[in-house]
Design a binder for this molecule. Structure first.
Ligand SMILES: NC(=O)c1ccc[n+]([C@@H]2O[C@H](COP(=O)([O-])OP(=O)(O)OC[C@H]3O[C@@H](n4cnc5c(N)ncnc54)[C@H](OP(=O)(O)O)[C@@H]3O)[C@@H](O)[C@H]2O)c1
Length: 263
């Protein structure tokens, strides 16, 4: 039997006060890892740390991923708390729903900070620590199915998250000789507050009941149901542990077969 080998491993999970990031933090704690969680809101973060503490050793560092100095501080404090980083699970916040034509310069700038610059800069800072400490670490970036098949009404995400492909393919090659692996996961439709927000938005825009929007969403998923945070977390555990020791540069959809395209 192959074991995850995560007991005692040092894991940083960003955007983890709720939803996908929270679920990932819980899964690593249940595997015996030592975890730092992050989010931008100190109250939310304190509540999450409190509720996750039943599963193991969990610390928290507040940082806004759209601010470079906060990312510097997040990495420095994580290393101070854990001694180093073996696995980075990068999750981030959500841009506002909307079409291309509804955006202005400010919304593009914010989305680029949240979805393009933050993963690029954070992965670089974490990789520096791994290289300095000679850690054969794992970096897992969570993006969205929308980077393979753009979703109507999610223009900011469709455009800015495509960078995750660039980061994975570039960094996996740059860091391969250090034994550091870089992969990504693409959530499809996972039951969190974000899905509730999207359902409300589509319902208002199209003047249809939320229940109908939800049932249309489900009808797009061949497995026939919306995925759970637990199901998402299994992919993080796989790519964030030695279970995936020969996998790097991969982009794994976790979407109940929703993507239709080849390649
Ligand atoms: N759920 C899905 O089906 C799905 C599908 C595809 C992609 N995604 C994407 O996956 C990511 C996580 O989704 P989710 O469903 O877990 O969303 P969620 O439940 O709304 O959680 C978002 C998390 O991001 C944190 N956050 C927001 N802005 C931040 C910032 N500037 N710096 C640090 N943390 C920040 C929030 O914490 P604070 O408010 O405490 O800062 C919260 O913990 C999002 O980018 C979402 O768009 C989700």
């Amino acid at each position: 039997m192959v074991l995850t080998g995560l007991k005692g491993q040092r894991v940083l999970v960003t955007a983890a006060s709720q939803g996908i990031g929270y679920g990932a933090a819980q899964a690593f704690l249940e595997e015996g890892a030592r975890v730092v969680i992050n989010s931008s809101n100190t109250d939310n973060l304190a509540k999450a740390q409190q509720s996750l503490s039943q599963f193991g050793e969990v610390h928290s560092v507040a940082a806004d991923l759209t601010v470079g100095a906060d990312i510097d501080n997040l990495v420095t404090k994580t290393v101070g708390l854990l001694g180093g980083i073996d696995t980075l699970i990068y999750v981030t916040g959500s841009p506002q729903p909307g079409t291309m034509m509804e955006q202005d310069y400010g919304t593009w700038e914010s989305a680029a900070r949240l979805l393009t610059i933050s993963p690029s800069y954070l992965t670089k800072k974490v990789a520096e620590v791994m290289i300095t400490q000679n850690v054969k670490g794992r970096i897992v970036l969570s993006a969205s199915d929308a980077i393979r098949e753009p979703e109507p009404n999610l223009a900011l995400s469709n455009v800015c998250r495509i960078s995750i492909f660039g980061i994975v393919r570039t960094l996996a090659r740059e860091l391969g000789s250090h034994g550091i692996r870089v992969n990504a996961v693409l959530p499809g439709t996972i039951k969190t507050g974000r899905i509730d927000q999207l359902v409300q938005d589509i319902s208002k825009r199209n003047n249809v009941p939320e229940a109908m929007v939800m049932s249309r969403m489900v009808s797009q998923i061949p497995l026939g149901y919306i995925g759970s945070v637990d199901e998402m977390s299994k992919a993080f555990i796989y790519l964030g542990s030695e279970l995936s020791s020969y996998v790097s540069g991969a982009v794994l959809p976790v979407d109940g077969a929703m993507l239709r395209s080849i390649g």
